[in-house]
Design a protein around this ligand. Structure first.
Ligand SMILES: [Zn+2]
Length: 340
């Protein structure tokens, strides 16, 4: 298996994310806290999901350590599971990556305690350093540091990854107003991360295809390294550009985030169209974040020219009993199709 940058030199790379939401939806993780204790409680669920995403076309198996860091576990009073959780997540992901010939990614994310200044830095550095050390020991091919609303916090994560000698994918979370919390233009934050040694920079989470796509061209323009784009699969709009801002008219305008987003879910075709449009802009590291299902990942993979194992089962409506046109479809049933 080539390493991440070699692979990106050959073709687009697909990376499935969104493990928190998918494990929550399946009933193995609690919304609110969003801590991945499922890697200890039900490792078979996490392993199965890794395998489904690879089957659907993910080139990367991302260890499920999102929100499995010291600060998040401190809030829950569960710091004792910090190290076992991280080691177990890396071991599960590593097994799947080795067996499927894909890349193993460690994972760092927003700590939700960072503030600019020396106190914030002192607090988050050790959070990142210990997670990077566990990922390096587990043989991670690279580390994804993701969902940062603060450029400063992302740069601290990057520093920890570079100190361990590993390639880093740095992706920022752009909320409602289109800026980061400490940098107005996300493209400037991406440039800073590239200059500080990131191998890939870009955006993940928060925004759906419609409201992430317009942010990508300025990023592509600002950097020379590969660019990443991993939207959430929800129909965000100019008025409600983040999935947290979506309000459901079917429920009296109630907030849909995080457990009532279903009516806003994008079709697989919409994710495929996003991936093709992003690729046309020169964005070559593509995926889907919170809300992703294997059908979304397959659509992204196929849109960038991949033929994953799951493509064997991609739709062929010519064989449908009413809507199809293949030989053997009963003519009178085809004629009845408009009445369906
Ligand atoms: Zn996400």
């Amino acid at each position: 298996m080539p390493d991440l940058l070699e692979l990106l030199g050959q073709r687009p790379v697909v990376c499935a994310e969104g493990y928190l939401f998918e494990c929550e939806r399946r009933g193995y993780l609690q919304a609110g806290a969003f801590v991945p204790e499922v890697v200890l409680d039900h490792p078979e669920v996490v392993e199965g999901l890794h395998r489904e995403f690879v089957h659907a076309g993910s080139d990367v198996v991302e260890a499920f350590t999102y929100y499995g860091h010291r600060e998040k576990l401190r809030v829950l009073g569960k710091e004792d599971v910090l190290e076992p959780l991280n080691r177990q997540a890396l071991s599960i992901a590593g097994r799947v990556a080795r067996e499927t010939g894909t890349l193993l990614a460690g994972n760092l994310c927003n700590t939700n305690v960072y503030e600019p200044g020396p106190d914030g830095e002192r607090r988050v550095r050790p959070v990142f350093e210990e997670q990077v050390a566990w990922a390096a020991e587990a043989g991670a091919d690279f580390i994804i540091a993701e969902t940062f609303g603060w450029a400063g916090e992302a740069l601290l994560a990057l520093e920890a990854i570079r100190a361990a000698g590993l390639p880093a994918v740095i992706t920022f979370a752009v909320h409602r107003d289109g800026t980061l919390r400490d940098v107005t233009n996300p493209a400037d934050a991406c440039r800073q991360a590239e200059q500080a040694g990131a191998s890939v920079v870009g955006l993940n989470c928060i925004r759906g295809p419609q409201t992430m796509l317009p942010l990508l061209a300025p990023i592509r323009e600002a950097v020379s390294c590969p660019v990443a784009a991993l939207p959430v699969p929800y129909r965000t709009t100019d008025e409600q550009p983040s999935f947290q801002s979506l309000r459901d008219p079917g429920r009296g305008g109630a907030q849909a985030f995080p457990t009532a987003l279903d009516p806003f879910t994008c079709t697989r075709e919409e994710l495929g169209e996003f991936a093709a449009a992003a690729l046309a802009l020169g964005v070559e590291y593509l995926g889907v974040c919170c809300g992703a299902g294997p059908h979304h990942i397959r659509a992204v993979a196929e849109a960038v020219g991949r033929v994953p194992a799951a493509s064997r089962y991609s739709p062929d409506m010519s064989k449908h009993s009413f809507l199809g046109s293949a030989p053997g479809i009963t003519q009178s049933y085809r004629e009845y199709a408009p009445n369906l």
